[in-house]
Write a protein that binds this ligand. Structure first.
Ligand code: PEP
Ligand code: MG
Length: 759
């Protein structure tokens, strides 16, 4: 039995390598028959058009029957497995009342029957059946094995199915377009050519190769040229990003360039070539040696550098192997495709050509999704069965609203999306006209709209969008771009530019919020449950030296228009507020004693932990404003990890419990005359933004790309209409109903274009 389970993983891996459904299912039946020592194994697959189960593959049954045996739902034993979505174990199938005898399969001598459903995301894809001559029930172990196998096969089978569909489409075998649904990353529609990004070449795969004396010179030249190319690449990348990211973020590229030119990399590799190893092998050895040294270091920050060295090595290798590579020319709109698209891959496409991003991993709160939001281009994440390596150069339609993509679209699909894109363009032009118009309801109630930022490069676009201030400055971003905690002066320089840039508009600085999924490379925090662990204010109170440095840096630049507001993240207890305020007072006193005459700051709290919701009274007596961090509040209230694709369907900021919590926050704050803002992604979604306004939230803060869309929504209703929608929503019992209510309200007001493709 042990062997049976040992084979399980290998079967799944083999199926994963299949290039189409037929091949995948043939592997399943053949390997299962071998492993379970049974007389026949078959797979019935659900035909999407007829909803019947079709015999698709078998080992042991008559091969002529394949494709010809069909069962309706509930019909025969196989139909019963589909119907009940449960295993069925029978000692003698022939005497079972539901048995439907079919002659074509040649199963007359087979009595024992064990059928299990193949289920993915609650949907039965097919049925896996094993048969044997003996009239005997299958053992509990056999049943467990088959259930375990089927559960793991579902993903691999649907991947193979997608791959097969795509192959036949690319080879011109059929003419209906291939489509898939993932998770909406950011809104918008686009059409472009797929550019696939991979992690660079694999160094470990480079073989040894001894060279002769007279090849040495040529190999050294090849190596030097590859190094120079990589250096040029870094320079070009950094130039391309200029203007899109700030100078400090750009400095990262210089660090790479320095590492590249170090003697320990160049000379050592050349020595190895001189000793008779070809350039690729010599490089592999040098990089491996460096990585071993870094891996062995005590210091976690230095250990992290091993990753950079590996990346550098792979880049040089890519150039060494360049003769065999065919780089994709960019001549028109590009859809960037990857298993996981990273920020540096983002930089490889000139921004004017980049129209959309799709990725097989990630969710709507992933870094790429947030970045695409800021750039105002659609993205679709979590396309987990996407055959990434097969779609290079294909035309792709991306609908960021519904999370759908169409590969090699049919003329009809293409026409439809061209029309939608034209409508989107009209909508975007109309939105631009709102920049200088006030954010107010039809009856003149003003709802200030602020931006969320953390990059210096965001200042100009934020101001140009008509934002009335910064509702959330994520101070951790400058900390992420460095090799160590930045000092007081260094921080002050950054904060000064933001405060000055936005003055007289208010700027809300959130104190360092690291931990959770935001780890600093030089301050690693390893925990089993990072989101329930050492995060935000908890780390700051344990490290007052880091907190005080930041507070001093922030306070001392508030010398222009007194437009600073200070906000504390991840507060879950009154004690934390008192301690943090104590430290802020200390920093203020120190600066005053040093002769720096600055005002005492306006202090507020993020309400993003459920326990904070119910301490609002105590907080309202201590601070001046509140901002709801709906991203975390939703994650903690619903117990749904905001980055986990598996449970992404459950993550919903319109869940009644989230709305009732926010309503409570607003009520208590109003009673104490303290303003409340919302700065999670929820505030940037037009329907949810109306809900928040209806509940009495005073201002909203969002990524710059959402600002005008939300403004249009607010300007299209009266306060009374919004409040009516809100009270209807608060009486509803599910997020789905509430979403529908707001979608309909926007659609009826002629604003359907804010929540779906088109105008
Ligand atoms: C939030 O939790 O809603 C929030 C704005 O903070 P962050 O997404 O940075 O955790
Ligand atoms: Mg948060």
């Amino acid at each position: 039995m042990k062997n049976m389970f040992d084979s399980l993983r290998q079967i799944v891996l083999d199926v994963n390598d299949a290039t189409g459904l037929e091949q995948a299912l043939n592997i399943v039946v053949k390997r299962t028959r071998e492993v379970m020592s049974v007389d026949a194994v078959s797979v019935y697959f659900r035909d999407k058009k007829t909803d019947q189960l079709v015999l698709m593959a078998s080992d042991g049954l008559n091969q002529q029957a394949i494709g010809n045996i069909r069962f309706e739902q509930g019909q025969g034993l196989v139909g019963q497995v589909l119907d009940r979505a449960e295993p069925l174990n029978i000692n003698d199938a022939h005497v079972h009342p539901n048995y439907r005898f079919v002659t074509e399969t040649g199963e007359i001598s087979l009595h024992g029957f064990l059928g299990v459903p193949i289920i993915q995301h609650r949907h039965v894809l097919g049925v896996l059946v094993v048969r044997r001559r003996e009239k005997r029930l299958f053992s509990a172990v056999a049943e467990t094995f088959l259930v375990t196998l089927a559960a793991q096969l579902a993903g691999a089978i649907s991947y193979a199915e997608k791959m097969g569909e795509l192959n036949s489409l690319i080879e011109g075998g059929n003419n209906h377009s291939f489509n898939m649904k993932g998770l909406s990353g950011s809104p918008g529609v686009a059409i472009g050519e797929a550019m696939v990004v991979f992690p660079p070449a694999s160094l470990d795969a480079v073989p040894d190769n001894t060279i002769s004396e007279d090849e040495i010179g040529e190999q050294i030249d090849a190596f030097n040229e590859a190094v120079n190319n990589v250096e040029r690449e870094y320079r070009a990348l950094s130039q391309r990003m200029e203007g899109a990211i700030s100078n400090e973020e750009l400095a990262l590229f210089d660090v790479f360039a320095l590492m590249l030119k170090s003697d320990s990399l160049i000379d050592v590799t050349i020595d190895r070539i001189k000793a008779g190893q070809w350039a690729q092998g010599a490089l592999r050895e040098t990089i491996a040696e460096h990585v071993r040294q870094f891996d062995a270091m005590e210091d976690a920050y230095l250990r992290e550098r091993a990753i950079d060295i590996k990346d550098l090595g792979r880049r040089i290798l890519t150039h060494l192997q360049a003769q065999q590579t065919n780089r994709q020319e960019i001549t028109g709109p590009v859809v960037l495709v990857g298993e996981e698209v990273t920020v540096s891959q983002f930089a490889e496409v000139p921004l004017q050509y980049l129209v959309a991003i799709i990725s097989s991993k990630g969710s709507s709160l992933s870094h790429v999704a947030i970045l695409s939001h800021a750039l105002g281009i659609p993205s679709v994440m979590g396309l987990d069965s996407l055959p990434v390596n097969r779609i290079k150069g294909q035309q792709i339609v991306v609908d960021g609203y519904s999370g759908k993509i169409f590969v090699k679209p049919s003329p009809a699909v293409l026409d439809e999306f061209h029309r939608l894109i034209r409508e989107e363009q009209v909508l975007n032009t109309e939105l631009k006209e709102l920049i200088d118009k006030p954010s107010e309801t039809l009856d003149g109630i003003h709802i200030p709209l602020h931006v969320n930022t953390g990059l210096l490069s965001d200042i100009t676009p934020s101001l140009q969008s008509g934002a009335e201030g910064v509702g959330l400055y994520r101070t951790e971003i400058p900390f992420l771009m460095r090799d160590g905690f930045p000092g007081e002066e260094e921080q002050a320089q950054i904060y000064k530019q933001v405060l000055q840039g936005f003055a007289p508009r208010p700027v809300t600085f959130r104190t360092l919020d690291i931990g959770g999924d935001k780890a600093l490379p030089y301050f690693p925090v390893v925990e089993d449950n990072p989101f329930l662990g050492w995060r935000g204010i908890r780390i700051m109170l344990d490290h007052p030296e880091i907190f005080l440095t930041q507070i001093r840096a922030i306070l001392k630049v508030n010398i222009y228009q007194n437009n600073l507001r200070l906000m504390l993240p991840m507060i879950s207890d009154v004690g934390e507020v008192d301690e943090a305020i104590g430290l802020i007072k200390k920093a203020h006193k120190e600066l005053t004693d040093e002769g720096i005459d600055i005002p005492y700051p306006v202090i507020g709290l993020m309400i993003e932990v459920p326990s904070a919701v119910y301490q609002m009274e105590a907080f309202a007596r201590r601070v001046e404003f509140f901002s709801v961090g709906s991203n975390d509040l939703t994650q903690y209230l619903l117990a749904v990890d905001r980055n986990n694709k598996q449970v992404a369907e459950l993550y919903n900021c319109l869940h009644p419990s989230v709305l009732h919590s926010i309503q409570h926050i607003v009520e208590v704050a109003k009673k104490h005359d303290k303003p409340v803002s919302v700065c999670g992604e929820m505030a940037g979604d037009p329907g949810s933004a109306l809900m928040l306004v209806g509940m009495g939230v005073d201002s909203l803060s969002m990524s710059v790309g959402s600002l005008l869309r939300v403004k249009l929504a607010i300007r299209s209703f009266t306060q009374t209409q919004i409040e009516q929608l809100c009270s209807t929503a608060l009486a509803m019992e599910s997020a789905g109903e509430i979403r529908l209510l707001f979608n309909e309200a926007l659609e009826n007001a002629g604003l359907g274009g804010l929540v779906r493709a088109g105008k």
